[in-house]
Ligand binder design. Sequence first.
Ligand code: KG4
Ligand code: ZN
Length: 336
Amino acid sequence: MTDEVILAIESSCDETSVAILKNNQLLSNIIASQVESHKRFGGVVPEVASRHHVEVITLCIEDALREAGVTPKDLSAVAVTYGPGLVGALLVGLAAAKAFAWANHLPLLAINHMAGHLMAAREVKPLTYPLLALLASGGHTELVYVKKEGDYHIVGETRDDAVGEAYDKVGRVMGLSYPAGKEIDELAHQGVDRFDFPRAMIKEDHLDFSFSGLKSAFINTYHNAEQRGEALSVPDLCASFQAAVLDVLIAKTKKALERYPVKTLVVAGGVAANKGLRERLAAEISDVDVILPPLRLCGDNAGMIAYAAHVALKEGQTADLSLNAKPSLAFEGLGD
Ligand code: KG4
Ligand code: ZN
């Protein structure tokens, strides 16, 4: 049997990443983060992101090949994230992937970023279907029913802000640096939930989320105290914010599990790195196998894109060189 070796490229936001997956095993996963360049703006500046991707993408490809001990002639396919994400950032990865595929006579695989987040769980063990996934990142919060490999159905999603986005916005209000999720998570463990922030739609029967009301409640509480000249405890604010987020995530995930009785729950995306979330999943979700990607595969990386690409390659879902970026790419059906 010939080896299956995939080179995957991810550049949808502020990480340039290239990975090599051989026979479904990650040999390298180079991640060049631009976060330091965006910190002073308090968020990702699209033009700055594209420029950084252009600067490092070739080096990342070379590093990924070198670290994996693989040459272009060993490869079976080139995979690339084509959406959702920032259009300029996506285009850099696409141009690199197409040029590399064309020059080396390799098939091109177009991968949905969210399919990547979900398939990062494959690093832990082979997945069994059907399964449910809670995907929470800076841009998305969704519950996904996966009937069979590669067949995705969104059964609940945020109606406004994504969880990670809410973390980053309240972090900014408190003067924390971007992205604030990890720091809020740490501070939350030192504080007490005493602000009684809203748990939007927690009792409603559907599986959708809303986090903008929580964000506004947080900002009002903070600014009102500031106007009174009162300094609120940052750890308590973080603990209260995180408790409100986690109550809703856990409640909706439990509801989804009742409606879709599966044996496996995948929790992935940047917010899946949250320690509080991991603790509560372990304590409150039983009867299903909860699979969380290791921390290094929770944030954006090309390793996860490579795992999703393995499925696309098996299904023969190749793209041609006219492939374009789809910034608002939906996540439905077979992922395209
Ligand atoms: O998946 P990701 O790397 O990028 C997107 O596709 O958006 O997610 C980044 C998001 C950021 O909003 C960041 O604040 C959040 O994930 N995040 C966390 C934690 N670590 C990262 N949020 C809560 N707790 C964490 N420990
Ligand atoms: Zn992401």
